[in-house]
Design a protein around this ligand. Structure first.
Ligand code: GLA
Length: 697
């Protein structure tokens, strides 16, 4: 039983960790403990009482309130902010009751005066050492209530310590760069105001102690991620009284939701955990959770794909695609993806978006003849779409100019010549469901790449009684469209893309099994982008193509090895590859297929960071620890240089293991403590399989 009710509150226990909170003497719901699981329920600290303070401080600065609403003298960053119909902007939440159903705890709070109920939900994912939180706010009154902030959770770190925040920041072409910085007095804010999760920041955090820094393998790390694909906000606040908290949820910038009488709102969820095994331990918990509980097709193998975008861009037709498909099939690709350019009027990026039927000139008999040829070559067929977008030069826009997000008196700013359809509108949702459903019903399509290639501007939705709700209603509309298509076509695999990694989050992974990590495919840059991505996402969600991007001296093998650490794909113009390059590609794709189960389903260990050194490495180990695969990469290091041994991880110390091409079996302990010597020259790489050889367990 992972949830315990104790005289002073609740204790949520997972395999190795515990989280406790309860009511203090003043009736405040207060955080008590988050860390390693302790032997006895009485071991967890009691709820802290409000202590004396000057008239210039509020209780929230000292007492770690579990879900503070803005009220009274709370100067801290609150979770909830509301305005009642009479203009009162102060929400006094009092404990009402609690309820445990299986592994979920609900704590019901109620405003002291108004019929507003707030329920805190805690789902305990015992086996993953994770706790998932979300909140429902319900208006039981007969007048509307306006929500001006409704965060998913506030996470408190142990009091009186100093912390360091690790987060992911970047830009288009340079996503998921790892940043680490000390948290000092005041607030650090990370957010998206772009309608999507954003290339710039990701709603994920990891916090460790400033003095006792965690490493990949050791030390205490508190971490979490928000499952939301729209505007979000994270504030890491340090009060002058030594209280550090991370507040996370929907962005409250330009935000309002109107709760009509009798209605409610449920926030996105935030999943978080504590790792006593450093940053690597934190990532592995999230990887398992994503693979086993979030993505639609679980641990089903992800196919090696070929995507024709870089080869043919918008100039697609049956002949050009068939030619590429034949080469791709010979090399061992299992899935052929026809990218942009195939639909009505799509001559370049300035026309066609919105008209989701095959272009009559390029595909006079529709897509079926090409799909049959691709299937005949033994490959599945995949298709690119960008449903949320419309070009002004399209039949859809000419018929429904009011369907885009806009302000009537302002210019409709185009980016890449496109505008954004307002997915908050039901008629837009229905149009998209019908057109994509039609495509999937008429054609044997196994895979869809769902793209989204711009950020928002002029975020108007003036028809609605609360136009500022567009940020939330748009994402709900997106989830509805995608969810409906998913239900109707459950065997289709979806790829989430937003000009690369602009919409990578745990929310979109409920629909998309894999994510297009970045439009940047130059492999040395990719090493860093992929390392950042791996902080929260498993390799099975990380689509990685081999292309011709980057300097000519980068060996094909190096490019393949980088992509083989995730879901391998090829995106280069195969017509430019020589016969010997195609043969080498075939050999590497065969190798990938043999290591695919351990890469896609195993535990990942980052051995040496590509952010810290030009010699980096990572490995994957099967869940039963009987086999693994080690990847090593050297970019440019001036010679002479003796590369240090790679200290392997995740092996059973007592068992004997052999590594491809290395003579002699050694114990797991030896590989982990003495390490593996890898000789690499500049832009050299290695993929080495490791296997247990001493038989019985
Ligand atoms: C985006 C994607 C690319 C490609 C193009 C097509 O940039 O990230 O992979 O699909 O759109 O227009």
């Amino acid at each position: 039983m992972p949830i315990h009710t104790t005289p002073n509150g609740w204790v949520l226990e997972t395999r190795l960790t515990a989280y406790a909170f309860g009511l203090n003497a003043a009736g405040m719901l207060v955080h008590r403990y988050w860390g390693p699981r302790l032997p006895r329920l009485e071991d967890y600290s009691p709820a802290m009482d409000s202590i004396g303070w000057a008239s210039f401080n509020g209780p929230g600065e000292i007492v770690p309130e579990e879900y503070p609403a803005y009220a009274g003298s709370k100067y801290i960053d609150p979770c909830l902010k509301v305005t009642f119909a009479d203009g009162v902007r102060d929400a006094v939440l009092e404990f009402e009751s609690s309820q445990i159903t299986g592994s979920e705890l609900q704590v019901h709070l109620r405003d002291a005066h108004y019929p507003l109920r707030v329920t805190l939900h805690y789902c305990v994912h015992d086996a993953y050492d994770l706790i998932e939180r979300f909140v429902t706010v319900h208006n039981h009154g007969d007048t509307p209530v306006t929500l001006e902030r409704a965060f998913s959770a506030q996470w408190h770190l142990p009091l009186h310590d100093q912390y360091r925040l690790t987060h992911l920041a970047g830009a288009w072409f340079k996503e998921t760069q790892i940043h680490r910085e000390a948290l000092r007095s005041g607030s650090k804010v990370l957010e998206s105001r772009r309608l999507t999760t954003s290339h710039q920041h990701n709603p994920w955090f990891a916090v460790d102690r400033l003095e006792h820094r965690a490493t990949e393998d050791t030390g205490e790390v508190w971490f979490g991620a928000l499952a939301w694909s729209g505007n979000w906000k994270l504030t890491a606040e340090v009060t002058v009284f030594g209280s550090t908290r991370v507040n996370i949820g929907l962005n409250d910038w330009d935000f309002a939701l109107r709760l009509e009488p009798g209605t409610g709102y449920t926030t996105p969820t935030c999943v978080a955990g504590f790792s006593g095994q450093g940053f690597g331990g934190a990532s592995r918990r999230l990887h398992d959770f994503v693979r086993e509980t979030i993505v639609p097709h679980g641990n089903a193998p992800h196919k090696v794909l070929y995507n024709s975008w870089e080869a043919t861009t918008f100039n697609v037709n049956q002949a050009s695609q068939t030619e590429l498909a034949q080469i791709a099939a010979d090399m061992g690709a299992e899935l052929f993806v026809l990218d942009d350019g195939w639909f009505h009027g799509r001559r370049s990026d300035d026309a066609g978006l919105g008209d989701w039927w095959p272009d009559e000139k390029k595909f006079p008999n529709g897509l079926s003849p090409l799909i049959e040829q691709v299937n005949g070559l033994g490959m599945d067929f995949g298709l690119w779409i960008e449903p949320e977008m419309v070009n002004p030069d399209s039949d859809l826009y000419r018929a429904h100019p009011d369907w885009v997000i806009h302000f009537p008196t302002r210019t409709r700013t185009t980016m890449r010549d496109q505008l954004i359809l307002n997915l908050a509108r039901t008629d837009v949702q229905e149009y998209l469901i019908a057109s994509i459903d039609g495509l999937l019903t008429k054609n044997n399509i196994s895979f869809i790449k769902w793209d989204m290639n711009r950020n928002v501007s002029e975020p108007g939705w003036l028809e609605d009684s609360e136009p500022k709700s567009i940020w939330v209603r748009y994402v709900e509309g997106l989830y509805r469209v995608w969810g409906t298509l998913h239900q109707r076509h459950p065997s289709v695999t979806w790829q989430g893309c937003s000009g690369g990694g602009g919409r990578a989050d745990l929310g979109i992974l409920r629909f998309a099994d894999q994510i297009w990590t970045s439009d940047m495919t130059e492999p040395t840059m990719r090493l860093q982008i992929q390392e950042g991505f791996s902080q929260l996402f498993p390799a099975s969600t990380m689509e990685a193509w081999v292309t011709d991007m980057g300097p000519k001296h980068l060996p094909l093998e190096f490019r393949f090895h980088v992509s083989m650490t995730g879901v391998l794909g090829v995106g280069a113009n195969l017509l430019h590859w020589s016969e010997s390059e195609r043969l080498e590609a075939k050999r590497l794709i065969t190798l990938y297929k043999s290591i695919r189960p351990v890469v896609q389903e195993g535990d990942q260990y980052r051995l040496r960071s590509a952010f810290e050194s030009a010699f980096s490495g990572l490995m994957y180990v099967s869940k039963d620890q009987s086999e693994g695969v080690v990847f090593a990469f050297r970019t440019h290091i001036p010679d002479p240089e003796l590369l240090p041994p790679l200290k392997l991880r995740g092996l059973e110390p007592e068992w004997l293991y052999e590594i491809d091409g290395v003579s002699g079996a050694r114990s797991g302990a030896a590989w982990m403590h003495v390490g593996l010597g890898v000789a690499l020259s500049d832009f050299g790489s290695a993929v080495l399989r490791i296997r247990r050889v001493d038989g019985s367990g």
